[in-house]
Design a protein around this ligand. Sequence first.
Ligand code: FPP
Length: 277
Amino acid sequence: MYPAGTLRIDELSAEERAVYATLKPSHLPEHVAIIMDGNGRWAGRRSLKRFLGHQQGAKSVQLVTETASRIGLPWLTLYAFSLENDLRRPRAEVNFLMRLLKSFLEDNVQRMMDNNVRIQYIGRTHELPAEVQEKMRWAEETTARNTGTTLTLALKYGGRSELVDAFRSLAAEMKAKNLSPERITEEDIHRHLYTAHMPDPDLLIRTSGEMRLSNYLLWQIAYTEIFVTERLWPDFRGIHLLEAMADFQRRERRYGGLGEGCGEAEAEMGQAKIAAG
Ligand code: FPP
């Protein structure tokens, strides 16, 4: 159940409201993470330059965030720029993505304020260009007191490098406190992740149909439900977020257990004999 104070259902479109009405308020995901893929293909299918796909993708970021904030989704985490994007894309595209991020923040912080959205970041953001970091800090500070959706942009992010950073800082802590490695728990690792202050994602959405995790939130998605859609990110809207949530609600989350009908399974197991020989 989302905090009632953050709901602005009357601001949803009629189509969004119709899907929202089918959702069970008691089983809404607290945290949705999205791998936004397909900007290039979106542009290619229209014989446009790739950068226009990214530009359109930035519009989807704003629109999806606004729907998330209207329904009171507490956490939305978007994969906006990976370590691999930085290493493997042509410099001109990387530079364009940096300029786009900067102008996205400049143009949308007021809308984030109007929607009570708090902006944060995860990733090796200290490696981004100084002027981008400056704009990011400004956007984070300006929106810091908002109480609705926390929009986290993963920037210069990689799941494995997050684990490396977590283990480095955990090892330094263990050394300072003179603790032995046997004392390390899952909770200790969680405390040192970029996402230490958030719940793990309940739902991971990937657009454009690829069945890959692409080094995203590797530790955090251990029990996350995955929803892959063929829709390309620049065509993804709030209504598609709500549809993914409806699909999520049809799943049974078992966390390695047996879920519903578990009493029956227990009775069967009790009666079963192990075949000899
Ligand atoms: C993948 O498209 C998308 C990215 C490189 C990351 C997402 C970036 C945006 C949505 C643009 C701006 C974001 C913000 C926050 C301003 P792709 O180029 O890999 O698509 P393709 O696989 O079809 O080539």
